[in-house]
Design a protein. Structure first.
Length: 226
């Protein structure tokens, strides 16, 4: 998955610089600026971009969001969830969005950063395929745009194949479930054996266990069986 970063009407050079720096940190190769309100190659922008200066020098300047996101899946970012009311059907958490993008085989994804001062409008959000709002777990929801970008890019640029290799297979989970059911079946003090087995099955479906964890649990149940 290729990720491009689109900054809409940035106002402060310092944020432009930080956007370039964060993008470089996570291997992003293209920056797009929609009608910037500051010099994207100004002194402060270059100073704060550090090793991301090359991204500012090669950045594309566009007249509209639609031009910047052409040929990609667009993800709008907002700290104000009510702004996504026009496109509520695609409002997702970061985890849900990442899973959806990967399962749909997205090739190029554009992360749309709103204005430093007013963010994105409802109409601009409605132009995008996804609406993303990061949950900070506090009343103060608004992150600096470069900070929000770092969180999003960290999540999107992780290698999912490495994670999948650690997850237990369906067969491993099935064997664990059978071991558990057999163990519970031999326990005289457990009255509702089928009910307990069903609960364990639901736990397995949510737990996202690794092969190592399944092996450890299987060993425990095997010993109890003996």
């Amino acid at each position: 998955m290729k990720v491009r970063v689109v900054s809409v009407q940035p106002l402060y050079q310092i944020n432009v610089g930080y956007i370039a720096r964060v993008a470089a940190n996570f291997g992003v190769t293209r920056l797009y600026f929609v009608r910037p309100r500051c010099r994207i190659l100004g002194k402060k922008a270059i100073m704060y971009s550090k090793h991301g200066r090359h991204l500012l020098e090669s950045a594309s300047v566009c007249n509209s969001i639609s031009e910047a996101i052409s040929g990609s899946i667009a993800v709008a970012t907002t700290a104000e969830k009510h702004k996504s009311s026009m496109s509520f059907f695609n409002a997702m958490s970061l985890e849900e969005m990442g899973e959806s993008l990967r399962s749909n085989g997205a090739v190029t994804v554009s992360v749309i950063l709103g204005r430093d001062d007013t963010g994105l409008t409802k109409e601009e959000i409605a132009e995008c395929d996804y609406t993303l709002s990061l949950d900070t777990g506090s009343r103060y929801k608004a992150l600096n745009i470069s900070h929000a970008l770092a969180v999003i890019l960290y999540f999107l640029t992780r290698n999912p194949s490495n994670e999948k290799e650690k997850h237990a297979s369906a067969k491993e989970l099935e064997r664990l479930f059978l071991l558990f059911s057999t163990t519970v079946g031999s326990m005289g003090h457990v009255r509702n054996k089928k009910g307990v087995a069903r609960v364990f099955e639901r736990v397995l479906s949510r737990a996202n266990l690794s092969s190592e964890e399944v092996a450890a649990l299987s060993a425990a149940f095997s010993k109890n069986k003996k």
